[in-house]
Design a binder for this molecule. Structure first.
Ligand SMILES: [Mg+2]
Length: 224
């Protein structure tokens, strides 16, 4: 692991993931996956036709198949499955909470004049439940609803960078899942894995993370 520190690498912008990085949410992804698959099957699409690992991509894949048949049917499917995932996300948000150091982290980063953004595959409603005053701490928050192509597609992070007037080589993407590392690498940022979600250090090494920290708040130990 290279001993990269933020002050050595011209990093002036930090983009954070939300769930597992800044907050604890415990979304039941298996329940979500099963409920979405049930709807997929009810539209006469087989499991074998869906070549996607993540739930949002499963929905996109089925939407594409249905769209060939009927745009109306495809849109109905989209709203139905999005209602299911939003319900599960909202329920998790009501029981979720910010990590203890999240607000202090943003306050300190603001005082050090870092530009900060948050990108998340979660919905706006769930994020606002967990962190109602989020915009007082972080000026740019891009949820699933705000972008056409969610991470790991680079559009998700490049939209945040455009809003901040920041550039990818001067940015560090921080997240608790290899998908966050892939997102940063796809967009050309430096990347940092944190161990506050369900992934291990080896997952981040395999994903090619530049830095691995125990928690996001430890960023303060490597910035001047
Ligand atoms: Mg996460």
């Amino acid at each position: 692991m290279p001993a990269l520190t933020i002050d050595q690498s011209n990093i002036n912008t930090l983009i954070f993931d939300f769930d597992g990085t800044l907050a604890k949410l415990n979304i039941d992804f298996q329940e979500m996956r099963d409920a979405v698959m049930e709807v997929v099957l009810s539209y006469g699409i087989s499991r074998e036709e869906i070549h996607a690992h993540f739930i949002l991509e499963m929905i996109d894949s089925a939407f594409g198949i249905l769209f060939q048949r009927s745009e109306t049917e495809a849109r109905r499917f989209f709203y139905q499955t999005n209602a299911i995932i939003e319900n599960i996300e909202t329920r998790a948000a009501l029981q979720g909470e910010l990590f203890e150091h999240t607000k202090d982290l943003f306050t300190s980063l603001q005082s050090k004049e870092f530009s900060c953004g948050i990108i998340t595959r979660n919905c706006t409603k769930a994020v606002q439940i967990v962190f109602p005053d989020i915009l007082s701490y972080c000026p740019v928050v891009i949820c699933r609803n705000d972008v056409k192509n969610v991470k790991p597609h680079p559009e998700h992070i490049t939209l945040a960078l455009a809003k901040l007037g920041a550039s990818a080589p001067n940015t560090l993407m921080i997240g608790d899942h290899p998908i966050d590392i892939h997102t940063g690498r796809n967009a050309g940022t430096k990347t940092c894995g944190v161990l506050t979600g369900h992934c291990r250090k080896t997952d981040f090494i395999d994903a090619g993370a530049d830095i691995i920290l125990s928690r996001a708040a430890d960023l303060l130990n490597i910035v001047k």
